[in-house]
Design a protein around this ligand. Structure first.
Ligand SMILES: Cc1ncc(COP(=O)(O)O)c(C=O)c1O
Length: 441
């Protein structure tokens, strides 16, 4: 078939399929009510392993040079990641949580300090703050972008604010112009949690280089996976030396193994092993292509979703020149689905073969926070009055609403073809057509 005709044919066929018209073999009965699913073909699996991964891994294993002082992979990875980020320094760490902890230590965040952050994040962001006995102060979320609302930061700044910690959740990029402007006005450093935002950019500049420090996670399900691994990125030599020092008992970088008596203080061991770095260097050979695939899938899906009332993809700020699409984030409006609650929608979608999930749930109100404040350690630092004052400020109504409405597709789904995105929308429309029956079942 000539290319143009083929494309026209595919266009008509997919439009018919999207309308649930003729040409589809499956019945229109929702799978959750016993019908055929829209999709039986699995979405891409993760992680992907190639020859370079196997070769690098075996090299480390057989050379028996398993830690950074003996081998070269960790240092090679630090150089490669710094080059890709366009940054002067990278510290490879055991995971993203330790990258955050080392960064907060470099910034000397500690007891009685406040860190402005977001409740729409993975718990690690908050735990890293609490591990330094500082208080996370939650900035409400912008419902449109699912990110820290830049308009709500300034009102929360106090003399105790020691750092602003925005999180580029799902790979979408926070409004770094406004965040940096507030930070500059108050002389407060910015630490970017870019753990979900590999290769994302703000006005053409990689995230992690927009504040004083930036952190990545390379945990197995991240866009660039190394099992468990992380990195601190910075252009500031002093912060680099302290982040490095904290992550390795205050030995001096990159591998000297000695402490500098003039600047050493308490550190711990959060070093990356040679195995992780060898794997990461291999994974990096595929990351650009993967990012392009996710981009193509996401733009097709956004286009298709314009035609689905009740499903609203997260918007991007105008300065976001590249989204990492670690998650494709949307809001679900039950009203447009005959009142079908989100859980019912998710169940019906999964039955149709679409692996969609809910998102983070009101992290600022989870019991771990109050339980932490009751520990001996926190009681030694904070008075009841101080914790009560924290509680008074802990209101994020927009984020509460987002927690109820958010739905996600994860990054391996975005590695499917742009054409596969049609199945997702097809399933949404099918569930929508039968929403009332599903709700009543
Ligand atoms: C936003 C965010 N911050 C921090 C982390 C912590 O990274 P890790 O799991 O590598 O410690 C993660 C990991 O899921 C994350 O998603």
């Amino acid at each position: 078939m000539p290319d143009l005709m083929r494309r026209t044919f595919l266009g008509v066929a997919s439009a018919m399929a999207l309308r649930g018209g003729p040409g589809r073999k499956s019945s229109d009965t929702p799978a959750v009510l016993g019908g055929d699913p829209v999709r039986r073909k699995p979405f891409p699996s993760w992680p992907r392993v190639g020859d370079v991964d196997r070769r690098n891994w075996r090299n480390v294993l057989e050379a028996c040079r398993w830690w950074r002082r003996e081998g070269h992979y960790v240092v090679d990875f630090e150089k490669a990641w710094a080059k890709r980020m366009g940054a002067r320094y990278v510290v490879a760490t055991a995971n993203g949580t330790s990258a955050l902890m080392a960064s907060l230590s470099a910034l000397e965040v500690g007891p009685k300090d406040e860190v402005l952050t977001t409740p729409n994040t993975f718990i690690a962001t908050i735990n890293a703050i609490l591990a330094h006995f500082a208080l996370p102060v939650f900035v409400d979320t912008d419902l449109d972008t699912h990110l820290m609302d830049p308009a709500k930061i300034e009102a929360l700044i106090t003399p105790r604010t020691r750092c602003i910690l925005p999180v580029h959740i799902g790979g979408n990029v926070c409004d770094m112009d406004r965040i940096r402007a507030v930070a500059r006005r108050h002389g407060i450093p910015v630490l970017e949690d870019a753990c979900q935002a590999h290769l994302a950019e703000w006005r053409g500049q990689p995230v992690s280089t927009l504040g004083e420090l930036g952190c990545f996670s390379f945990q197995k399900y991240k866009n660039v996976p190394g099992g468990e691994a992380g990195a601190v990125v910075t252009n500031d030599e002093k912060l680099y030396r302290h982040a490095y020092g904290f992550h390795s008992h205050y030995r001096t970088p990159p591998n000297e193994g000695r402490m500098d008596p003039a600047e050493c203080r308490n550190g711990i061991n959060q070093r990356m092993a040679e195995f992780q770095a060898a794997l990461l260097l291999a994974q990096m050979t595929r990351m650009e292509e993967n990012a392009r695939t996710r981009d193509a899938a996401a733009s097709r899906l956004r286009e298709l979703l314009e035609d689905v009332p009740g499903i609203t993809p997260a918007k991007m700020y105008e300065g976001c020149t590249r989204n990492a699409w670690h998650m494709f984030m949307m809001r679900y409006d039950a009203e447009a689905f005959a009142g079908l609650p989100r859980e019912g929608f998710l169940r019906a979608m999964r039955a149709e073969g679409i692996p969609v999930s809910a998102g983070y749930n009101r992290l600022n109100r989870q019991p771990f926070l109050e339980n932490t404040f009751k520990t001996r350690m926190f009681r030694a630092v904070y008075t009841d009055k101080e914790i009560a004052a924290w509680r008074e400020r802990n209101h994020c109504p927009e984020n509460d609403r987002l927690s109820d409405e958010v739905i996600w597709l994860s990054q391996p789904v975005m590695l499917a073809t742009a054409a596969d995105m049609e199945d997702i929308v097809l399933a949404m429309k099918k569930v929508q057509r039968h929403a009332e029956a599903i709700r009543k079942a």
